[in-house]
Design a protein around this ligand. Structure first.
Ligand code: TRP
Length: 439
């Protein structure tokens, strides 16, 4: 049987977009982006971040789409099909390791959103002072049974969806939920902007102060752009294999990247004015969102309603992202180790929960997993992917895959130059620079 003929395809262009945006938009935008930007100089970080999205993010995403749609396979099968007998499939192994590490701390934070949903719904966040909200976060994120149970509940939800196959399910949910998330974040941003003292936060986010920029900041921006766009570990390649030949890959990559960046900036606009208005330090790290947003809700008409809706949506945004992460691991287990899909799902999510538990027990392990996967594994994966498409694959094949209505894509030359010459050197440069090998 030819498995390709049975390969599921996305139902519509909007479905492709919503699903890819569903993977990209998640805790990375609302939870991770604001505190990473806060710790790395605000506006200057934002400019470097946007430059990376445009210069590297879009071309890397396009390269992943090409690998997936050309091969019609999962990330491992893809490299084996496109480069038989060559060691390129190791990129896939790196992807699986990255998915493991990311998902283990990701589901801890997603667990916090479950706790916060509970707190919001039971009216435990309203009327609290900023200090009281800080204390609530310390208690919620602590090594407690609540955190452990929330982690397990979240992994269970992810596993149940992945186990039964994701095609129609995720596409359907993403189409409904992503627009809702967008609407809520816009509302929050407006409320935050109209708080007294909001301008200081806006200045912090948009006024570049390049004296804060070190090589570490540049690496963080690179890592964050890959993390937020779900790049460097085969998620987008896998989605690419479900995109029909009629679809324009270029348009999809641009729209996904811009929407993701837009939502990250909106989250920044929702958070920083509130940070300054309530006298919270922008460098509060992982807890930033969980303290500032409840503060905004307390200042809002209908704050109770919005806080509940917001944590539901944040949870769903996390879920559509975690599904894409677990899918990479499950595809590997079930295809390489020849286990059934449900069994692969339970083994993978059990192991990931155990690692997640380690992240709850030790903040050191938490940040090690986070920074090693985002700042090392993802950019390294991205580097290998552009090298593969730019230097290993036949130019003609790549060109063909990017054709639009039978005509060569207008952007092809620019894209090809970037993935051959610009992207590899840019990524390498950031790496070597960080390692202190070149100044
Ligand atoms: N992009 C998601 C977020 O911003 C997280 C995510 C999903 C991810 N899939 C990924 C990160 C693949 C890296 C690689 O929350």
């Amino acid at each position: 049987m030819n498995s390709n003929t049975h390969r599921e395809k996305f139902g519509s262009s909007f479905g492709v977009l919503a699903t890819a945006v569903g993977s990209a938009v998640g805790l990375g935008n609302v939870w991770r982006f604001p505190y990473i930007a806060g710790e790395n100089g605000g506006g200057a970080f934002l400019i470097i971040y946007i430059a990376f999205v445009l210069l590297l993010g879009i071309p890397v995403m396009l390269s992943e789409f090409v690998i997936g749609r050309k091969s019609q396979k999962n990330i491992f099968g893809a490299f084996r099909t496109l480069a038989p007998g060559k060691p390129w499939f190791t990129i896939g192994i790196m992807g699986v390791v990255a998915a493991f590490l990311i998902l283990s701390f990701y589901s801890v934070v997603a667990g916090w959103t479950i706790e916060y949903l509970y707190l919001a719904a039971s009216n435990s966040l309203t009327g609290k002072t900023p200090q009281a909200l800080q204390d609530i976060f310390s208690a919620s994120s602590a090594d407690s049974w609540y955190s452990i149970i929330s982690l397990i509940v979240f992994m269970l939800a992810t596993a149940l969806i992945v186990k039964t196959g994701i095609g129609k399910g995720i596409e359907k949910y993403s189409k409904l939920l992503m627009p809702m998330l967008l609407a809520i974040i816009i509302l929050l941003a407006i409320r935050s902007l109209t708080l007294e003292g909001a301008s200081e936060g806006i200045r912090f986010l948009f006024k570049p102060d390049f004296s804060k920029v070190t090589t570490g900041v540049v690496l963080q921006a690179l890592g964050q752009s890959f993390f937020s766009l779900s790049l460097g570990m085969g998620v987008m390649a896998t989605f690419g294999s479900y995109i029909s030949k009629k679809e324009s890959l270029g348009r999809t990559a641009v729209l996904v990247s811009l929407s993701d960046t837009f939502i990250a900036i909106l989250a920044g606009v929702a958070i920083f004015p509130a940070v300054f208005a309530f006298g919270i330090a922008p460098t509060e790290g992982t807890k930033l969102v969980f303290i500032t947003l409840p503060n905004i809700f307390n200042q809002m008409l209908g704050g109770y309603f919005f806080s509940v809706i917001f944590f539901i949506l944040l949870l769903i945004a996390a879920l559509t992202s975690s599904i894409s992460l677990l899918e990479v691991v499950v595809a590997y287990f079930s295809e390489e180790l020849h286990t059934s899909r449900p069994k692969a799902t339970w083994i993978a999510s059990g192991a990931i929960s155990a690692l997640g538990l380690a992240c709850i027990k030790s903040t050191k392990i938490f940040s090690l997993f986070d920074s090693f996967s985002s700042n090392i594994l993802l950019p390294l994966g991205g580097l290998c992917i552009v090298l593969f498409v730019g230097w290993y694959m036949k130019k003609q094949l790549v060109k063909q895959e990017l054709e639009e209505n039978g005509k060569p894509a207008l952007y092809f030359r620019a894209f090809y130059i970037i993935i051959r010459y610009v992207a590899p050197f840019a990524i390498l440069f950031v790496f070597l620079n960080q390692l202190g090998i070149i100044a």
